[in-house]
Design a protein around this ligand. Sequence first.
Ligand SMILES: [Ca+2]
Ligand SMILES: [Ca+2]
Ligand SMILES: [Ca+2]
Ligand SMILES: [Cu+2]
Length: 469
Amino acid sequence: MNIQTLTKLISVLLCLSSVLYLKPSHAAEFCSDEYYINVSLANGARWDMCWEQRNREGIVLHKVHFTPKAGQRRLILSSASLAQIHVPYDDNGARYHDISDYGLGGNYMVDLRQTDCPGGKLLNYATRPVLCRQVSTTDHGFRYQSEQVKVEALTLFSVSRVGAYHYIPLWRFYEDGAIEPAVGATGALQRFNNASAEDQGWLIESNKVGLGHVHNFFWKLDFDLAGTSRDDLVEELNLQEQGEQSSLQRTSITTEMGRSVNPLTARRWLIRDAEQTNSEGQSLAYEIRLPQSEHQDIGPDSETFTREDIYFTTLQECELYASHNPGLAGCADSLYGFVNNESLRGADLVVWPSTTFYHMPRAEDAPFMDAHWSYISLTPRDWEARNSLSTSADISGSQLANPEPPVLPPVTPPPPVVTPPTNPPVTPPPGVTLPISSSNGGTGSLDYGFLVLLVLLIWRGARRVPTLH
Ligand SMILES: [Ca+2]
Ligand SMILES: [Ca+2]
Ligand SMILES: [Ca+2]
Ligand SMILES: [Cu+2]
């Protein structure tokens, strides 16, 4: 080995060791290690992200990356948080904006104990344990004949006390790339009246009405698919009935707007990267569905932000909350004002989905109520070219594209139905029981009529006999 080769070798080794030293395999790129979450799940997928705690929004997630099993690590969300919990009451005695006017963080955030987070790890913000990180298993990721996998999910939740309510903002990140943002609402009922208010709530004990109210939950999701922020497109998908067929309509949303669910057209939205594709050349996308469309709240004119279920806007630093947004730097008060006709093309897109729960109190809501859960659904679409959780060869559809429907034998017209002639019913005189005929002719047959005549004659004769003069 000559000097030159030895020098090269030493420099390569030095270079390699410095790289290894400076970049341990799981170092956080975007935050310090204590706020970095990096979890590999049993089937080989990985989620990693940063988190922080803010006084109003509570837990905010940043730089949410998903690495499919044996796949590429890619950014999905640049940031994700709740952006309002709006609670108008049926008696109009209160219309709360819990996040902007109170908050989920700071003094509203509840310190968790290890027993609150079974099998999980408590994460501290400064010195306070506020976030529970767990891995849970759900059955039936898929099943095909004897092949079946369970799917693991990373769950993150915190608890915030706002008045008598305890909210549980929760994020579930599944092994197949699906994300489920949810909020549980529990604690105790906030507002009551006497029996006179029974039509604005529910009588939960004598002369005590738990007032009815709505929880409108809003999220703020800054998708930056595949790490590029200005090439994300929005599409709305609707299924239109055409005779006996349904056809998919894909509509681009290119300027800021609000949209609402439509169960009749199975409406959903797609956030799609304009450049990056999977190995089949399909655009990387996430699909947004608002499955809890059972309840809807369209409030008075002072609450225009409730008019639509999902809003698409360009990123503005001062646009923080769906309603009661601080009007600093000329920023609008609510989502309704954030939507001001700006083009979404080439802009940094932000999505504001929402869902509504109408809470009609029950006797069972006192002293404490069960957690009622509200959630939305974010699912990868074409993020991968196949289901990475299965190792089987893909032979689906390879035998025959679609099996032909079974060929039915030619239809022979049925013989004409013979309707028996109908005769007017015979009313028997009092005291006479008609014999029940078992013949096919029924009450319309000749022998039956003859029998009736015979009975009548006997009856008339019998009436004459006892007459004595
Ligand atoms: Ca992108
Ligand atoms: Ca705007
Ligand atoms: Ca974005
Ligand atoms: Cu409630």
